[in-house]
Design a protein around this ligand. Structure first.
Ligand SMILES: Cc1cc2nc3c(=O)[nH]c(=O)nc-3n(C[C@H](O)[C@H](O)[C@H](O)COP(=O)(O)OP(=O)(O)OC[C@H]3O[C@@H](n4cnc5c(N)ncnc54)[C@H](O)[C@@H]3O)c2cc1C
Ligand SMILES: *[C@@H]1O[C@H](CO)[C@@H](O)[C@H](O)[C@H]1NC(C)=O
Ligand SMILES: *[C@@H]1O[C@H](CO)[C@@H](O)[C@H](O)[C@H]1NC(C)=O
Length: 671
């Protein structure tokens, strides 16, 4: 079949996979300007999307406002193997720039430090041309139906129990206890498919498998030298999420990586929203609608009450979009009868709250914003994980067989895409693109872990991933002879990140400072402990590369370490490499839930913004502590919990009798 007809038949099929894909009319908003909804939700990502679906499914008239488009028919979104390609897609990406360090001289030690030459044209690395403007480090975000879930790496690792118990302890609200949160994971599995890469796809590439068995060995598992693939096949069947394993959170070892996909096609929040609309539930979705302000009623003499929002309709209005041309469009307002929920994500939620008068008084006044509620915690407490790789290059023009014919560019010569399109139903037959390229991982507990839970996840894959910068995807896959182990520090301790206004213009991106390592939290040696864990992760990655020598039976040429490089050996040298080049992509915690007694708590334990009525926040910003190893699962579960709370609240307000709750605590539905 011709490539183009393959593409179009796939489009028809993908439409049928999500029941029916309705096209959301962008201009629908104008008609509805005057009308009221029970709930208005700003942002359709991990936090806002599932919540909107649940509220509509419970019969409440719900409006979901999303700055981005619906990405219908965009193959970049659907192909797991394009998980990096899609982050470069100009139609849905926001180029957010952040500071890992405020000290710019220090920040520039990172070869990923980026300058702007002309709008959205960048120079990466040292020696920028004259006149280039300092931008900082790229932090990929996506503005599209489904939010960052629509461009993320699909990795599905459920939270640790302790993540929830921390919130219960902090607030005294027992409904956050892990055993009570279990039922929300069941609910997520009602709409979320998750499955690992088919092991047969990997096992066909012996030199790649050689690295993966070496990883298993470094992870402490016994791998027979003569029949390593049999053992690897078994390990790749082991899920890191099993709720049947009572000590799962502490279990070190080597695992498959479950992905949010169905038959090798990305499927998560975006598709769930579309299915909910198609099923006829009262969910209205306005894409290409950018919310600029929350409106409050301050006349009642009681607490100010959020009544709705102001918005502007149009594409690419936010200046972080590389397709941005204008901030003008049709303006409108809409009212929320019951509650307004902000779910714009870790950077945009605090920005919108501040622009609307909720935040630290001094900062708001500096920008001439009338203070509705002085809430000093908004935009503070930001946490992220640290990530850092060891990258090696094989010698003698070696290329990993699995990447044969993979061009990652949607063109006719991209035979891996052709294979993926031709085999829509058989995971094993879809080839490399039915995987995100990172198919197995070690879970480790470092000597510096803050609890019994594992705190390091070390992934391996045939790519040269060195972190995010403009063009990072093209760079990572240019040469098919690279392999990387890259480490992620879970349960990191730094909470010194901030999101501050750059201006009072809602279309400007905020000023984002992570204040990494010793620029951030140092209590009880926090910075040194996180660094220490990562140094161990680098050593563990190198051990896996050493163990590669034990499996010559699998073939492949020798390799040379490029990053951090053979010269980087002492703890001090490795530590410096990590401080210079580590990055993150799970930013969270900027509107933390906390106890009444903590003035820095932005939300109460039921997602209410403190000091005002009618306003909730439900997204990655709600956590007091960054949860788990990967974050989307925790956000989905929190979103399900928020839905539960709001529906009960609405029923109580309407005097509707609540149904007897079934005991769901010990039930395990899904993994
Ligand atoms: C490259 C990358 C890879 C990742 N990979 C993984 C992974 O493999 N596994 C994992 O668990 N996590 C991963 N993550 C993290 C995860 O996807 C995010 O943490 C999660 O999506 C955040 O959810 P959220 O609801 O807070 O915000 P988002 O998902 O970012 O959603 C926010 C939405 O709000 C919209 N919005 C913002 N402001 C406004 C406004 N003013 N008006 C209207 N709309 C607005 C935005 O357009 C966006 O669609 C990854 C993240 C990135 C960037
Ligand atoms: C997919 O993303 C690439 C950038 O990585 C872009 O060039 C291409 O136009 C995108 N395709 C679609 C269909 O949007
Ligand atoms: C919560 O508090 C209990 C009782 O004080 C304590 O035993 C437990 O360790 C705490 N859990 C967490 C996660 O902080």
């Amino acid at each position: 079949m011709r490539f183009t007809s393959l593409l179009s038949s796939w489009l028809a099929l993908s439409a049928s996979l999500v029941a029916a894909v309705p096209a959301f009319p962008h201009a629908q908003a104008t008609r509805d300007v005057e009308s009221e909804y029970d709930y208005v939700i700003v942002g359709s990502g991990a936090g806002g999307g599932p919540l909107a679906c649940r509220l509509a499914m419970a019969g409440y008239k719900t409006l979901l406002l999303e700055a981005g488009g619906d990405a219908n028919g965009n193959v970049n979104v659907s192909v797991p193997g394009y998980q990096a390609v899609v982050t470069q897609d100009p139609t849905l990406r926001w180029d957010i720039f952040v500071n890992h360090y405020k000290d710019q001289n220090r920040a520039k030690r990172d070869p990923k430090y980026t300058y702007e030459l002309h709008p959205y044209e960048y120079h990466v690395g040292p020696n920028p041309p004259y006149g280039a403007r300092e931008k900082g480090i790229l932090y990929p975000r996506s503005s599209v139906l489904g939010g960052c879930v629509t461009h993320n790496a699909l990795i599905w690792i459920t939270p640790h129990k302790r993540d929830w118990d921390i919130i219960a302890n902090l607030t005294g609200d027992e409904s956050w206890e892990a055993k009570k949160m279990n039922k929300y994971l069941n609910r997520v599995y009602q709409w979320l498919p998750a499955m690992p890469t088919d092991p047969t796809i990997l096992l066909r590439d012996a030199p790649l498998a050689r690295h993966l068995v070496a990883g298993a060995r470094a992870a402490g598992l016994d791998v027979p030298v003569l029949t390593p693939l049999v053992r690897l096949g078994q390990l790749l069947l082991t899920s890191p999420n099993s709720r049947l394993n009572p000590v799962r959170d502490y279990t070190e070892g080597y695992f498959q990586v479950p992905l949010t996909m169905k038959f090798g096609t990305r499927m998560a929040v975006r598709e769930y929203i579309q299915e909910t609309v198609a099923a006829g539930h009262p969910l209205t979705v306005h894409t290409h609608t950018f919310v600029t302000k929350i409106n409050f009623d301050t006349t009642s003499g009681k607490k100010p009450r959020a009544t709705g929002v102001e918005f502007v309709e149009g594409q690419y209005l936010y200046k972080a979009s590389p397709l941005h041309r204008t901030t003008s469009g049709k303006r409108g307002t809409v009212k929320a009868k019951r509650q307004l929920i902000i779910a714009g994500g870790t950077f945009n939620t605090p920005q919108l709250l501040k622009l609307s008068g909720i935040g630290p008084r001094a900062e708001l006044q500096r920008f001439g914003i009338p203070v509705i509620k002085d809430l000093p915690g908004v935009g503070t407490n930001m946490m992220d994980r640290y990530e850092i790789p060891v990258n090696v290059k094989h010698t003698e023009d070696f290329k990993f067989p699995i990447l044969d014919g993979c061009h990652f560019d949607l063109k006719e010569h991209d035979l891996c895409l052709k294979q993926w399109l031709e085999n829509p139903y058989i995971l094993g037959a879809r080839g490399a693109y039915a995987s995100n390229g990172l198919a197995s991982m070690m879970l480790k507990r470092s000597d510096f872990a803050s609890s019994k839970d594992v705190d390091l996840s070390i992934f391996g894959g045939p790519l040269n991933f060195q972190g995010y910068f403009p063009g990072w995807h093209d760079f990572s896959v240019r040469d098919h002879g690279y392999f990387s182990w890259y480490s992620l520090k879970a349960h990191s301790r730094n909470r010194a990140g901030t999101v501050e206004l750059r201006s009072a213009d809602p279309f400007d991106q905020p000023l984002i400072n992570f204040n990494y390592f010793d620029e951030g939290t140092k209590t009880d040696g926090a910075d040194q402990k996180d660094l220490g864990a990562l140094i161990q992760a680098i050593r563990k990655s190198r051990e896996a590369l050493e163990d590669w020598n034990k499996f010559p039976i699998l073939g492949g040429t020798p390799f040379v370490e490029e990053k951090p490089g053979a010269k980087v050996q002492s703890d001090e040298e490795i530590g410096q490499y990590i401080k210079d080049e580590a990055w993150g992509h799970h930013a969270a915690c900027t509107c933390p839930i906390g106890p009444d007694s903590n003035p820095m708590a932005v939300l109460d334990s039921e997602f209410r913004v403190r000091g005002v009525d009618g306003l909730r926040v439900v997204d990655a910003s709600i956590f007091p502590d960054i949860p788990g190893v990967f974050i989307q699962s925790a956000i989905f579960m929190a979103s399900e919990k928020a839905a539960d709370i709001l529906i009960k609240e609405a029923k109580a307000a309407d005097g509707v009798e609540l149904a007897e709750e079934e005991e769901e605590e010990d039930l395990i539905i899904g993994e």
